[in-house]
Write a new protein. Sequence first.
Lengths: 113, 116
Amino acid sequence: NAGVTQTPKFRVLKTGQSMTLLCAQDMNHEYMYWYRQDPGMGLRLIHYSVGEGTTAKGEVPDGYNVSRLKKQNFLLGLESAAPSQTSVYFCASTWTFRTTEAFFGQGTRLTVV
Amino acid sequence: GESVGLHLPTLSVQEGDNSIINCAYSNSASDYFIWYKQESGKGPQFIIDIRSNMDKRQGQRVTVLLNKTVKHLSLQIAATQPGDSAVYFCAENIIPRGSTLGRLYFGRGTQLTVWP
């Protein structure tokens, strides 16, 4: 049982480049989330999904897009990367709407130069 | 916006001692408060939660205390071990009005270091 898996684990992008981060969970969770974590700060919610085919904006959605075409996968896209998007990105999933026990992936460290 | 914060960014304790990590919150609409542990290079891991109508909850070696009067949350770790070294985040679960989905809002984290 892998839980939540993120790919890639590390990536360096040039300003203006695009990329997609993939999150996969094998727990049949309905709810999935993308967070970013910056030094000295907690995790901030970028986008989330309450089920296959649905997405919604979190606290810091600008510059990102998401898709949930399959229940087990949640993709985070950066269309035109900016240095301000240098961060560690975490995907999470939960059983129910009560998100106290979220299961997190290991993170993707993204550097935009 | 973020309303959960921690008092100290770092805490050092000796192995075997008890640790107390504190957190202050300002949003009274939270229905749950949660503690997460994040080890270096890993994602956060759920430790324990407490419903907003409770004032104490115990787990294995951990106790969470909630003081709603002063809007204070704490995590107590008994007999701290080297494996407890990590960043600890408090978080609150808020279900926005008109929504059925709770959201987690995280504080900034406290780095706990356990020395022998």
